[in-house]
Design a protein around this ligand. Structure first.
Ligand code: FAD
Length: 492
């Protein structure tokens, strides 16, 4: 691992060189070597009318620099169009965490640097390479900063109210904001599911890391109660321990439910990772798919991945598909279907349970989100942006990057998405992820008394008798329609 400074031909000095100074400081912070790179480009010299004297002067100055105690790597490269990829490969080979350079403003040089940024961004468009580069960065952070106090000291005067400003701090936090007030009953329900404060968040984290799955807590009413009792029973594996195999189970409480706290920054992702590693007795960041902790940290990486996509590709924050060719996809306009989906009345029990979970608790299990989103976009063929908007409206963890990422994944329009032809069959998903049907029974009271596999797909007669709606569409026909539309979109 190293930090690279790319020394350009107008920057042949060590003194008073801002990019070099920053590179050197970074290398010192990370405890890694600094490499100085210089790329000689004969084609550029010709294109820019460079004289032999000028080039000779560059080389003689590089020789002087190479005699200093700095590892200088000077290399010649043609054709010049290959320089960006060549530099990128070097950075990969050297496992460079950062590269610094002073900017060159001429058009060819700017184009070269933009090309390099584009290559670097390309690798960031797919989750697996992103994860591979995310992990060493996190390891570095873990060893150098993560353990460091990033919190103010308990009696730091800066975080206590100053007598001079006493009056300012007398103002109470408003109880509600116009247009955003919750009905008292709703406020009570949501508050009981999601208590406020850092202590509540850390307690939820602790319970996830240390206590067993609570199949009975589906409806969730108080996620921070009764942990102590379970913690005393060492025979019961922690929820994190089971996460690898059980994270997709809708009928058990197998995930951390920390998303509202992470989305609002009430707990930091760093703290979550630090605690998870400590509990697992690991010193290095684990992102292995074979361990509970590794699988969980991978999910936190998805959160960073989607944030990274929002930063790199602003179009996704502007309602545009990541894959622009899908901008012209033909969607259905059907307010009745949209409304039924929102209210959990589609006639597909697993979709309805998921939507009703969101409507009641302000939160939905990840698998539920995937099933409900896939159903809206592929079975009902309704624009993913309408689903994205509704989730933002009802979810307490509503977060632009993760929500947009999840919706565009489901709609197959996003970065590294589900292929458009791999459409979830909601009934099969239901049997796999809600094996005994307990999730459906909890959130769809009409079906609470249905035993056996009928709960996943109630026969029409039974549905009618129980006052449960019939399916809005036939899944097989809808699947064919979706594939046809995606396939025939044509390249933009
Ligand atoms: P755990 O499984 O315990 O995971 C730990 C943390 O990792 C989560 O709290 C979350 O911060 C992060 N995480 C987990 N899965 C994902 C993922 N697929 N993408 C990004 N981050 C992830 N998450 C939100 O925080 N806000 C949203 O608005 C949101 N909208 C979504 C919409 C759709 C259509 C889909 C498919 C997913 C969405 N997600 C969203 C991601 C994911 O569903 C939730 O983060 C997860 O269900 C939260 O539950 P948890 O805290 O128990 O997660």
């Amino acid at each position: 691992e190293c930090v690279v400074y790319w020394m350009r031909m107008e920057d042949l000095r060590v003194r008073d060189n801002r990019a070099l100074a920053q590179a050197s400081a970074q290398a010192q912070r990370d405890g890694v070597p600094l490499i100085v790179l210089h790329v000689l480009s004969p084609q550029d010299y010709i294109a820019h009318d460079r004289g032999a004297r000028r080039i000779d002067f560059v080389l003689r100055n590089l020789q002087v620099i190479s005699e200093l105690d700095i590892p200088l790597y000077a290399v010649s490269r043609t054709p010049r169009t290959t320089i960006p990829a060549f530099v990128y490969d070097l950075l990969q080979q050297w496992k460079a965490s950062h590269m610094f350079a002073n900017i060159e403003y001429e058009v060819d040089e700017l184009r070269r640097d933009i090309a390099l940024c584009k290559i670097a961004n390309e690798t960031g468009k797919v989750y697996s390479p992103f994860l591979r580069s995310w992990k060493p960065l996190l390891d570095q952070a873990n060893s150098s900063h993560l353990e460091e106090a990033v919190s103010p000291a308990p009696n730091d005067p800066a975080v206590r109210s100053h007598p001079e400003y006493g009056k300012l701090f007398d103002v109470e936090v408003p109880y509600e904001v116009d247009g955003f007030a919750l009905h008292p009953e709703e406020r009570e329900r949501i508050t009981s599911c999601w208590p406020a404060g850092e202590d509540a968040a850390h307690e939820m984290l602790r319970r996830f890391l240390k206590t067993a799955t609570r199949a009975s807590q589906l409806g969730a009413v108080d996620p921070v109660s009764d942990g102590a009792k379970e913690a005393k029973d060492p025979a019961r594996q922690s929820r994190m321990g089971k996460y690898k195999d059980q994270r997709d189970r809708l009928d058990a409480d197998t995930t951390s439910r920390l998303s509202p706290y992470l989305a609002a920054g009430i707990i930091s992702a760093r703290a979550c990772i630090r605690e998870a590693l400590a509990v697992s007795g690991k010193t290095k960041v684990d992102t292995s798919p074979d361990t509970g902790v590794g699988r969980w940290i991978q999910e936190i990486a998805w959160r960073d991945f989607y944030n990274h996509i929002v930063a790199l590709f602003p179009r996704v924050s502007m309602g545009r598909p990541f894959q622009e060719k899908y901008a012209n996809l033909r969607w259905e306009t059907n307010d009745e279907h949209l409304q039924a989906w929102k209210e959990g009345r589609t006639g597909v029990p697993i979709v309805d349970a998921a939507m009703r979970q969101a409507n009641t608790m302000g939160w939905m299990h990840n698998r539920g989100r995937m099933i409900a989103a896939m159903y809206l976009t592929k079975d009902l063929m309704i624009d993913w942006r309408l689903g994205e908007k509704y989730f933002m409206e009802v979810l307490i963890d509503g977060d632009l990057a993760s929500n947009n990422g999840g919706w565009q994944w489901s709609a197959s329009t996003g970065v590294d998405p589900a292929p458009y032809f791999r459409i979830f069959n909601p009934y099969t998903q239901s049997q796999k992820c809600d094996v005994g049907g307990e999730y459906i029974r909890t959130f769809v009271p009409e079906l609470a008394k249905v035993r056996g596999p009928d709960v996943h797909k109630p026969p029409p007669g039974l549905a009618d008798k129980l006052g449960y709606p019939r399916p809005l569409v036939n899944h097989e026909e809808a699947r064919k329609r979706a594939i046809h539309r995606y396939k025939n979109i044509g390249e933009v």
